[in-house]
Design a protein. Sequence first.
Length: 183
Amino acid sequence: MSRAPGPGFRPTHVVPRRGMPAWDAPDPARPTVPLDPLLPVELVERRGDWGYIRCSNGWGAWVDGRRLVAVPEDPPAADDTAGTADPLPLLAHAEQALADYRTAVRELADGALDGEAFEERTRGLRIGIVLDGESMWVYDPEEGRWVYGDGRRLTTYATDREITGEDDTGHAPTRLVAPEGER
């Protein structure tokens, strides 16, 4: 398992919408922590069905490479019809969730919270942000989706919910990024 941060992280895949197991080595006897649904990852190496992935924080693991969901080679094009609203509210939400988590960690370390209270206090907090120059991928927990941003607008990159024709959320049309067997 590698934790060396890699320069130029560019997601090539996302984890399937139900998450997936990961291993320290391409050996089923050496499991590690499971990966969260729709986590952006970079596929670094393939060995048969095994794939070595790297996450934005530099952490790496082996996975069943057949289950990874490929994403477009380039971020979504920024045209006038593809974007959603201003990225600032979503960034403010992520900042608040991180501040809430930081406060809970501080209170746990100071003894003001026990493990059970910490777990209850942090339940439901979920953020994810990858920054690479002007490019940003951020998780929108209210919509259950990853969005790509270029500083001006957000475009849906991957989602864990099906979008129907009746869905009038004001967001750009979204594609479901689950492998064929999971649809």
